[in-house]
Design a protein around this ligand. Structure first.
Ligand code: CP
Ligand code: NVA
Length: 320
């Protein structure tokens, strides 16, 4: 068994919920990234750790998913556990059974619950009533598994996260929130560029700024995207219309004019800057097809890394 750089930090995650990266210390995030990198290289050598043997993980989805669903499912299987995909629309939850009761019942059957839902408060309520650990697979507020995969991708590319400037351009949404928190934990210089009306949630902002201060990083708002990407080693964007916001589509498309990641924006960043997107992408809206397909894109590395970081999280929470 390989030895991890910070076994104590990893051990501290055992049995815990992961509802936001704010729940994890910088040491714990680093330990998860180290473990994810080990698991990634072991998988390439076709060596798998069966640390979830005999354990079942439920995957409850209230929203669609390709990457999260499949990468969690594969992660659980490769670790030797069993996965159970549950479409929330087909559960008694959709007929009014409470979250409190659902959580108490399911956690008598399974060893952990991965949830994709709307309100962060509902995820937190589920976690409060569940005797099994709960992992956030995206809410309207946060997407911590995505941010972990993004941090791993950046670390693979640049080695060191501390001081690294990442500029997020677009909607101040769940993905932006988790990047702000995760980046702040790792001492990065996170720059957010959004239309004024779509800035990140003020409570998340204040939290991220405070976390950055504690860890020698920064979280800053720069309205003009061209100015915001100056010196950036990563330009990150996400869809302008997130799941559940479909009725705001026309209004948002208008508000985000000028926030597209295109060739000229990439040219204004550092010469070695990478382009990131959590996917799915709406090419021609938040990113041009040319940049999406271009040589700076690490988008599919991010998608792959979802598998490795989620394995690390499952191993840390359930497998040690
Ligand atoms: N990036 C991401 O979470 O993708 P899915 O919606 O396909 O899971
Ligand atoms: N912000 C997007 C991310 C999808 C993975 C959404 O919430 O729909």
């Amino acid at each position: 068994m390989a030895s991890y750089r910070d076994d104590t930090a990893l051990k501290a995650l055992r049995g815990r919920d992961v509802l936001s990266l704010a729940d994890c210390s910088p040491q714990e995030i680093t330990a998860l990234l180290d473990l994810a990198a080990e698991l990634k290289s072991e998988r390439r050598k076709r060596s798998l750790r069966r640390s979830l043997e005999g354990q079942t993980v439920a995957l409850i989805f209230f929203k669609p998913s390709t990457r999260t669903r499949v990468s969690f499912d594969v992660a659980i299987r490769e670790l030797g556990g069993s996965s159970l995909y549950l479409n929330a629309q087909e559960m008694q939850l959709s007929r009014g059974e409470s979250i409190e009761d659902t959580a108490r019942v399911l956690s008598r059957y399974v060893h952990a619950v991965v949830i994709r839902t709307y309100a962060q408060a509902e995820l937190e309520l589920f976690a409060k009533w569940s005797s099994a650990p709960v992992i956030n697979a995206l809410t309207d507020s946060f997407h911590p598994m995505q941010a972990l995969a993004d941090l791993l991708t950046l670390r693979e590319r640049f080695g060191e996260l501390k001081g690294l400037r990442l500029t997020y351009v677009g909607d101040g949404n769940n993905v932006a929130h988790s990047l702000m928190i995760g980046g702040a934990k790792m001492g990065m210089d996170v720059v957010i560029s959004t239309p004024e009306a779509y800035r990140p949630d003020p409570a998340v902002w204040d939290k991220a700024v405070a976390i950055a201060r504690e860890n020698g990083g920064s979280v800053r708002y720069v309205a003009d995207p061209k100015e915001a990407v100056q010196g950036a080693r990563a330009i990150y964007t996400d869809v302008w219309v997130s799941m559940g916001q479909e009725e705001q589509r026309a209004e948002k498309l208008k508000a985000f004019q000028g926030f597209q990641v295109d060739r000229s924006l990439v040219a204004a960043a550092a010469s070695d800057a990478v382009v990131m997107h959590d996917l799915p992408a709406h090419k021609g809206e938040e990113i041009t097809e040319e940049v999406f397909e271009g040589p700076r894109s690490v988008i599919f590395d991010q998608a792959e890394n979802r598998l490795h970081v989620q394995k690390a999280v499952l191993h840390a929470v359930l497998g040690q």
